[in-house]
Ligand binder design. Structure first.
Ligand code: 3HC
Ligand code: NAI
Length: 685
């Protein structure tokens, strides 16, 4: 059956798309739409047209899988033009998400009607692109420059209510009556004399034409978001053209910018990440009919930094949580922190007071392990010591009902050792959240040797429910993320002894696109994590910094000196401490270029990533990219470590590692997989 069908309802032609899963505007859809519009235009019996979609959503955009392939006519811009030029009024009937090319189709229509749950947006920037079917020119003309600029540059959608407010949609349909309401709306407008044509409108752009500084102001306010990315700058340039230039010229510029971006490395990298994120949710070798375990109540053990944050994820998703601590004071502190975090969110207007109470009422704090008995999933977030973890698993196994899942938030420890303490090793899994756990989107799901498919499938679905991006890892120290962080940290420390300064090392990474370098990160986290004055022996740079009261941002100094606004500057005291250690180490001192520092820090990470792959600890290279992007701030426009390695060439990485062999030391070994692929001219992805 064709993906586009038409139905006549009296003198209205209803055009229906049915192209699961998301009605992407692939070639067949575009061709069908163009033919149906031409049918309506040529038929005197038709007075108005409705375009709607079957399935879960209105058109969610161009078909991303077609990018980079030879274009097939009709192009999306041509289809949108044809809709706009149709002599009969065309109504877009929107449910689900009208995104990218989908919203551009809707903007080509003369009217838009939406269900209250609909969301509309131009997310192209998240794929390293700009809207390429007239969106940058039509959205400002319909919704005004300020809102268009923000929607196009952030890529974030607006809901139906906001879309009404800014004039992007004309009418709200009933939640379940979109098809009928759209036909009724089409009948109304058919009787009108003239119809709004988005490309001809000037009313919403007039004000910005008189205040061109709105663009410079926007760029200044969003400098951090724009840094390193090509697409947002192109988005601003195109929207500016909507104000400065006639429509046709604006469209020409939009096309030119789109073609440049779509063939560039940044967009390739970001498209890779789009599919990588969806791929990560899939677990190889799990049959589709694997049953899931119903999770109605979650138990959390330990109300410290992680336990509290983990609890918030479930509370926010409406799942009741039983939170257990070993002493009242810690429990009270944990609960107070959860409340404070919610209240801070409410104060910023991102939650209502009622939502705060609704979340808190789902929380049951207690000191009794026995209260965990009826939980379907218990996650322990107690101290990172194997003996304590084992004891905890023995106790949980005895108390928590049969069939329930027992999970650990450990950062490094062996899940299989914990599982061995229980009579249900198949129900034991690692759920490694990242700090702050209520905010960071990454979740490493650690698959033990005996973890059952059912448990894995359940936790992957649960991760999606609480808004996390889950990636499956095998059992190895540090799993995927922290295991790859280790060589980077080791080399960063060694570089200090060889003559590089912390600020040079940090700048090499921030210029690459990381939000922070390793020493800025250490200062933020606190240098005294795991440090005590009594146990300190002045044997590392870090210990001496702590001994001198330089414990990171919180004490006003660490590797850096901090001002009252927590802005760091290079510290002569730190330099002197490092110089002493360097002299003691006897390492020859020299200058390092930014490129050399980057190679030294990043190539060993790629090498570790390759080992993770060859050992089967990650299912696929793209999963590693997703971990580093969402857990450690690896810059999205490079596609993640493994994609970046493919981009620069695995031979380049291998040559770099071999060149640096002396500095990397005798313990460093090149991954066999990396060597094989580099020699064969292959990629990871
Ligand atoms: N093209 C091709 N495939 C797409 C797609 C698209 N635009 N959007 C989604 N898919 C695929 C996904 O890869 C996934 O495939 P899989 O099942 O094989 O893994 C499947 O559709 C379902 O997608 P999700 O798992 O993401 O489903 P959700 O229900 O969670 O989310 C969505 C639905 C909100 C529509 C989300 O898929 C999404 O954000 N899609 C992308 C939207 C987008 O970026 N549109 C702009 C495209 S660029 C463009 O339009 C250029 C134009 O200006 C010229
Ligand atoms: P934390 O020290 O802030 O909290 C641990 C809490 O557990 C304390 O409140 C303590 O009173 C409680 N506790 C200890 N033993 C207990 C027991 N037997 N029963 C009940 N409660 C008990 O530690 P944090 O940072 O929250 O770490 C917890 C776990 O999460 C560790 O395994 C750690 O490796 C892991 N983790 C930590 C991350 C971080 O950035 N802090 C990131 C990811 C994982």
């Amino acid at each position: 059956m064709s993906v586009i069908t038409t139905q006549r309802v009296g003198d209205i032609l209803v055009i229906i798309s049915d192209n699961p899963p998301v009605n992407a505007l692939g070639h067949a859809v575009r061709a069908g739409l163009a033919a149906a519009i031409s049918e309506a235009a040529g038929d005197d019996g038709i007075k108005a047209v409705v375009i709607r979609c079957d399935g879960r959503t209105f058109f969610a955009g161009a078909d991303i899988t077609e990018f980079g392939k030879p274009p097939l006519a009709p192009s999306l811009p041509d289809v949108v033009d044809a809709i706009e030029q149709c002599p009969k009024p065309v109504v877009a009937a929107i449910h689900g998400t009208a995104l990218g090319g989908g919203l551009e189709v809707a903007l080509g229509c003369h009217y838009r009607i939406v269900v209250p749950s609909a969301r509309l947006g131009l997310p192209e920037v998240k794929l390293g692109l700009l809207p390429g079917a007239g969106g940058t020119q039509r959205l400002p003309r319909v919704a005004g420059v300020a809102d268009a600029l923000s929607m196009i540059v952030t890529g974030d959608p607006v809901d139906a209510a906001r879309a009404m407010e800014i004039g992007l949609v004309d009418r709200l349909a009933g939640a379940d009556t979109l098809a009928e309401d759209a036909i009724a709306f089409a009948r109304d407008v058919a009787a009108r004399a003239g119809h709004p044509v988005s490309s001809l409108r000037t009313d919403r752009i007039a004000e910005a034409a008189n205040h061109p500084q709105v663009f410079d102001k926007f760029i200044a306010e969003n400098a951090r978001r724009l840094k390193g990315f090509d697409a947002p700058k192109a988005c601003v340039e195109a929207v500016r053209a909507a104000v400065d230039r006639p429509f046709d010229e604006g469209i020409r510029l939009e096309r030119e910018l789109f073609m440049k971006l779509v063939s560039g490395t940044q967009s390739k990298a970001m498209r890779h990440l789009f599919f990588a994120e969806r791929q990560a949710a899939k677990i190889d070798g799990i049959p589709a009919d694997t049953p899931m375990i119903d999770i109605a109540r979650v138990g959390i053990l330990g109300a410290g930094t992680m336990g509290g944050g983990i609890a918030m994820n479930f509370l926010s998703a409406g799942l009741p949580v039983t939170l257990v601590e070993r002493e009242q004071a810690a429990l009270d502190r944990g609960v107070a922190t959860i409340r404070k975090n919610y209240e801070r969110t409410a104060a910023r207007g991102r939650m209502t007071a009622e939502q705060v109470e609704a979340a808190m009422v789902l929380l049951t704090p207690t000191l009794a392990y026995e209260d965990l008995a009826d939980c379907d999933l218990v996650i322990e977030a107690v101290f990172e010591l194997m003996e304590i973890k084992k004891e905890v698993f023995r106790r949980l196994d005895a108390i928590v009902k049969p069939g329930a899942i027992l999970a650990s938030n450990t950062s490094y420890l062996d899940i299989d050792e914990m599982a061995a303490e229980t009579k249900r090793p198949e129900a034991v899994v690692g759920l490694h959240f990242f700090s702050p756990a209520n905010i960071m989107r990454l979740l490493e799901v650690v698959r033990g040797a005996r973890t059952s498919p059912s448990v894995l499938k359940t936790v992957m679905a649960l991760a999606k429910k609480i808004g996390k991006i889950a990636v499956v890892s095998g059992v190895c120290p540090g799993f995927i993320g922290n295991r790859m962080l280790r060589p980077r940290q080791t080399e960063a420390q060694k570089l200090l002894l060889e003559g590089a300064s912390p600020w040079e090392v940090d700048v090499a990474l921030t210029e690459f696109g990381f939000p922070m370098g390793p020493f800025q990160m250490a200062d933020l986290a606190g240098l005294d994590l795991g440090w005590t004055a009594e146990g300190s022996t002045s044997s590392t740079i870090r210990e001496v910094l702590c001994e001198r009261g330089r414990r990171g941002q919180k004490t006003g100094s660490g590797f850096y000196d901090y001002d009252d606004n927590r802005r760091g500057s290079p510290s002569p005291e730190t330099e002197a401490i490092i110089a002493e250690f360097a002299a003691k180490s006897g390492a020859p001192q020299r200058k390092f270029s930014t490129d050399e520092i980057r190679e030294r820090l990043l190539y060993p990470m790629i090498n570790e990533g390759a080992k993770i792959l060859e050992e089967g600890m990650a299912q696929r290279a793209s999963d590693i990219d997703i971990v580093w992007l969402n857990g450690y701030g690896w810059p999205a426009f490079t596609g993640g470590p493994m994609f970046w390695a493919d981009t620069i060439g695995l031979k380049t990485v291998l040559d770099g590692l071999e060149r640096q062999a002396d500095a990397l030391g005798p313990d460093f070994t090149v991954s066999a997989l990396l060597r094989r692929k580099a020699d064969a001219g292959e990629n990871f992805n």
